[in-house]
Design a binder for this molecule. Structure first.
Ligand code: KIV
Ligand code: ZN
Length: 521
C-alpha cells in the first residue's frame, strides 16, 4: 500500500499510550510510591488515556506491586507492563497485569547493530529468534502483546523489517519502533515508518506505535511525523518526563493534534481539559517542577506580559492565543470561597472541582478550609485542590508533623522548635541551623536521626500574592534510593517541615523494600 492511499483509508484515531509510570519513573529522582502511582493511573484513566504502562514488574517487588495495584484499580484503560525478551520477565509481567480487565504485555529487545553487539552481545540471528520466542511466550498469557525494537530508529532496515514481520506473525498486535536515544529527525523517522508500511507484508495486522525520546528536543515532532506516515499509537508521558531528556510530552501531542487538526487530521480520546490537573499531579508527586515556559502546561504558557500582546488579547484572544486556557483545564483563578462560606458552599465547590470525599473526610477538609480562611482572605480553586491533596498525601504517614515555632531574623541565629507524633507519642526538639529551613530540618533530624542527603528543596506558590499557600517539594536520597515529599501551607516553613516529614515517611517504607535490580529499558 502506498502512503497516499493508506492515509485516506485508515482510521484517524491515535492511541495514547502513557508511560509516565514506567519510562517517566526512570528519570533520575522521579520515584513514586505505590499509592502515588495508583493516583496517577486513576487520573490518566479519567482523562481518557488508552493504555497505561504501569511499570517493569521484574525490576523490583515494588514495581511488580505497583503494576498489579494499577491493574486492580483501572477499569476501562488497558494496563501494560514491560518485559525483556526472557521467560522470567514475561511471566512476572503476565502475573502483574492479570487482574486488569484489559492487560497487555510489552516485550522488547534491541535490534540496532550497536546495541546487539555491545549491550546484548548477541548475534542478529539470536536476536531474531528471541523476538519470535518472546512474543510467542507472551501470547500464552494474553491476546494483547506489544513488541518493541529497542533503538529501532538506528536499526538496519532489512533486519528491522524481518523482526517486525516475525513479531507480527508470532502474535504481536502492536509494533513499537522507538527512537530510544532521541537521534532521529522528523522526515527521516516518518520515512522509516513509511518504509515499514511499504515493505512488511503483514503490517496491516498490527498497530504501529512510536516512542520518541527528546534528546534533541524533537520527540513530539518525530511522533507527529510518524503519525503522518501511518503510526497510530504514540507513547508519551505527562510533562515529557522520562529517561535523560524525557519522552514526547502527552499534553503537546494532544494539543497539537487538536489545535492543528487542519494539518494533522487525527484524533485522540484525551479530554484535554484534564491536562493541567494531570500535569500538576505528576509534578507534585515527582518533585519535577514544570519550567515556566514549557508548552501547554508551563506557568507562562497563557500569560501575556507585553503591553502590545495584552492589548491584542483583550481586543480578540485569537491575536496571541492559539488555544484557549480553558481547553487545557486552566480556569482563570476564580475567587471561590471566603471566611464566611458554609459547608454547603464548600461541598458544592468540591463537586465542581471533581473532588469526591466521604463524610468524615469532608468534615476534616471543611475544618482545614476554615483554618485556611482564617489565615488567607481569598480562597481560590487551586487553594481548595491543594488543601485536599495535602491531606491525601499524609493519610498513611506514621510520623506526623504537629507544630513548628521558628525564631529567625538578622539578630540571632535561627532556632526551630518542632513537635512531631511518632508511634502515637508526641515528641519535641529544638535545633539551630544556617537558616530557618536548615534549623527546621535539623529539628526533624534530632527527633528522627538519619543519614539521608537532601537532594532537592523547592518552593512554589499555589496562587499569586504574599498570602499564597506555599507548596514545598523535598527530595531525599539514602543508599541510592530517592523519595519525594510534599507539603503545603500558608507558612513556607510549616510547608517545608511537612514536606520533609512526608519524605521521611516514604523513606521508612522504602527501607523495608528490597533494592531494585539495575535494569536498562
Ligand atoms: O526508549 C525505549 O526504547 C524504551 C523501550 C523499552 C520501549 O523505553
Ligand atoms: Zn524509552
Amino acid at each position: 500500500m502506498t502512503s497516499s492511499n493508506r492515509s485516506s483509508s485508515i482510521d484517524q484515531r491515535v492511541i495514547i499510550f502513557d508511560t509516565t509510570l514506567r519510562d517517566g519513573e526512570q528519570s533520575p529522582g522521579a520515584s513514586m510510591n505505590l499509592d502515588e502511582k495508583v493516583r496517577i493511573a486513576a487520573q490518566l484513566e479519567e482523562m481518557g488515556v488508552d493504555v497505561i504502562e504501569a511499570g517493569f514488574p521484574i525490576a523490583s517487588p515494588g514495581d511488580f506491586e505497583a503494576v498489579k495495584r494499577v491493574a486492580q484499580t483501572v477499569k476501562r484503560t488497558t494496563v501494560c507492563g514491560l518485559a525483556r525478551a526472557t521467560k522470567a520477565d514475561i511471566e512476572r509481567c503476565a502475573e502483574a497485569v492479570k487482574p486488569a480487565p484489559r492487560g497487555r504485555i510489552h516485550t522488547f529487545i534491541s535490534t540496532s547493530p550497536l546495541h546487539m553487539k555491545f549491550k546484548l552481545q548477541m548475534e542478529p540471528e539470536k536476536v531474531y529468534q528471541a523476538v519470535i520466542d518472546s512474543v510467542s511466550h507472551a501470547r500464552r498469557f494474553t491476546d494483547d502483546v506489544e513488541w518493541s525494537a529497542e533503538d529501532g530508529s538506528r536499526t538496519e532496515h532489512d533486519f528491522l523489517c524481518r523482526c517486525v514481520e516475525a513479531a507480527i506473525a508470532a502474535g504481536a498486535g502492536t509494533i513499537n519502533i522507538p527512537d530510544t536515544v532521541g537521534y532521529a529527525v522528523p522526515e527521516e523517522y516518518a520515512a522509516l515508518i513509511g518504509m515499514l508500511f511499504n515493505r512488511v507484508p503483514n503490517i496491516d495486522k498490527a498497530i504501529i506505535s512510536v516512542h520518541c525520546h527528546n534528546d534533541l528536543g524533537l520527540a513530539v515532532a518525530n511522533s507527529l511525523a510518524a503519525v503522518g506516515a501511518g503510526a497510530r499509537q504514540i507513547e508519551c508521558t505527562v510533562n515529557g518526563l522520562g529517561e535523560r531528556a524525557g519522552n514526547a510530552a502527552m499534553e503537546e501531542i494532544v494539543m497539537a493534534l487538536r489545535t492543528r487538526h487542519d494539518r494533522l487530521p487525527y484524533v485522540t480520546g484525551i479530554k484535554s481539559e484534564s491536562i493541567m490537573k494531570a500535569s500538576h499531579l505528576v509534578s507534585q508527586i515527582t518533585g519535577f517542577v514544570v519550567q515556566p515556559n514549557k508548552a501547554i502546561v508551563g506557568a507562562n504558557a497563557f500569560a501575556h506580559e507585553s503591553g502590545i500582546h495584552q492589548d491584542g488579547v483583550l481586543k480578540h484572544a485569537g491575536t496571541y492565543e492559539i488555544m484557549t486556557p480553558e481547553s487545557v483545564g486552566l480556569n482563570r483563578s476564580k475567587l471561590v470561597l471566603g471566611k464566611l462560606s458554609g459547608s454547603a458552599a464548600f461541598k458544592a465547590k468540591l463537586k465542581e472541582l471533581g473532588i469526591d470525599l466521604g463524610d468524615n473526610a469532608l468534615k476534616d477538609a471543611f475544618k482545614r478550609f476554615k483554618d485556611l480562611a482564617d489565615r488567607k482572605r481569598d480562597i481560590y480553586d487551586e487553594d481548595i485542590v491543594t488543601l485536599v491533596e495535602d491531606e491525601t498525601l499524609r493519610a498513611s504517614d506514621t510520623l506526623r508533623f504537629v507544630s513548628l515555632d521558628v525564631h529567625c531574623g538578622s539578630k540571632a541565629p535561627p532556632k526551630a522548635t518542632l513537635e512531631m507524633e511518632m508511634d502515637g507519642r508526641l515528641l519535641s526538639a529544638t535545633a539551630s541551623g544556617d537558616g530557618p529551613v536548615d534549623a527546621t530540618f535539623n529539628a526533624i533530624k534530632e527527633l528522627f536521626p538519619h543519614e539521608a542527603r537532601l537532594q532537592l528543596y523547592q518552593v512554589s506558590a499555589v496562587t499569586e500574592g504574599t498570602d499564597a499557600q506555599a507548596e514545598v517539594s523535598v527530595r531525599l536520597e539514602e543508599n541510592g534510593k530517592t523519595v519525594n515529599g510534599q507539603g503545603a501551607d500558608t507558612d513556607t516553613l510549616v510547608a517545608s517541615a511537612k514536606a520533609y516529614v512526608n519524605a521521611i515517611n516514604k523513606l521508612v517504607v522504602k527501607r523495608t523494600r528490597s533494592a531494585p535490580q539495575a535494569l536498562s529499558a
